[in-house]
Design a protein around this ligand. Sequence first.
Ligand SMILES: Cc1cc2nc3c(=O)[nH]c(=O)nc-3n(C[C@H](O)[C@H](O)[C@H](O)COP(=O)(O)OP(=O)(O)OC[C@H]3O[C@@H](n4cnc5c(N)ncnc54)[C@H](O)[C@@H]3O)c2cc1C
Length: 402
Amino acid sequence: MNQPYDILIIGGGMTGASLAIALSGHGLHIGLVEAAPLKVDAVPNYDDRGIALSHGSQRIFSALGLWDAMHAQAQPIEHIHVSEQGGFGFTHLHAAEENVPALGQVITARDLGAALLPALEQCTDVEIIAPARVQWARVEDEYARIGLEDRELQSRLLIAADGGQSLVRNQLGFACRRREYQQSAIIANITPGRPHGNSAWERFTGHGPMAMLPMTGGRCALVWTVADTDVGQVLSLNDRDFLARVQQGFGWRLGKLQRCGKRSAYPLSQLWVPEAVQHRAVVIGNAAHTLHPVAGQGFNLGLRDVAVLAEVLLQAVRQGQDPGLLDSLGHYQQWRKNDQRGVVEITNLLVRGFSNQLLPMKLARNLGVLGLETLPPARHAIARAAMGLHGRLPRLSRGLPL
Ligand SMILES: Cc1cc2nc3c(=O)[nH]c(=O)nc-3n(C[C@H](O)[C@H](O)[C@H](O)COP(=O)(O)OP(=O)(O)OC[C@H]3O[C@@H](n4cnc5c(N)ncnc54)[C@H](O)[C@@H]3O)c2cc1C
């Protein structure tokens, strides 16, 4: 048995890597276990999906000293436009109205990985154990233990950042709430006929939501939700017919859509762990909450888990406490629970609420969205929440070091 870790993180995706970097440099013995070789081209989710980072997430990365390595690949979102196909309601959010340079930034998961993984390699107090897949996990009084193929590891605290299918979460018996949508997200990079003007578009169509996010190089990141039964057919369209289908749903705000890159599909469901801590273990990121990408909040929520957990743990350690005890983990759970529940419920409401095509429902939501357009305080509250700047903010979200 190796020397016990203070903190053992399972998963080197965006959440696990960010947390390891945040905890580094504070005298802790940290391990990070990742099933894939820890390289951008090998870790599965460092792919070409466009990630809309909220303004709050940008602040967290700035406070961690990571934003400089990201910003050249990121495109600011200055305006967000929400509308419904065949409806009269629409609303806008503007960075200038919120007194921020940008409501958020769009960067591919690959470029995020290209900034995170080299920074992680520089953290001499983080032992990277990869490729190595966790086979089992259990919690005992003094330590949490995990089994790899060839050895066992033990730690005062085990952090599961091992994604939506989390083995650690399942082995430790964390209860999950799940919702199936029978939908998939199709993503592709699209070159529009007109400049995107740093606008993000969220369009609710009869077949599901469609987002067009501004990217570098004048491109847009398309995230289009389709029924699972239609995925094969949509993926098999040639580029011209695919662009025509997207144009039909999205309309002509960006002129004639010119070109599209590689298409990929992701099956969608929702998962939430309402009680994400137990003695010596905590579940974060997609392992704790996997969301429909309609509002682009999945990783933003996970990064806020990182910011709060790092603050709570370091505070406990500085006071000489054991980081695996429920005292500090309970504090984390209390702090995070409203934000997690709120984002989970709002995301679900958007998916369900906008998929109902009955005329009274359509009328009600168009009036609601239009009403929002005429109510600046309500728009402001929504903008603050979308920027990850609501509720009690941890130090990193305020741009302060830990
Ligand atoms: C189409 C799409 C668009 C999206 N757009 C946005 C967006 O605009 N904004 C946003 O904020 N979010 C967005 N998201 C969500 C975002 O991609 C996820 O929230 C994020 O990738 C989750 O990261 P994670 O590190 O928590 O989990 P993962 O990326 O799943 O990482 C988990 C890691 O754990 C490793 N692992 C798993 N099991 C084991 C094991 N047994 N042993 C060792 N290692 C293991 C895996 O190899 C993996 O590297 C989008 C998602 C999709 C599908």
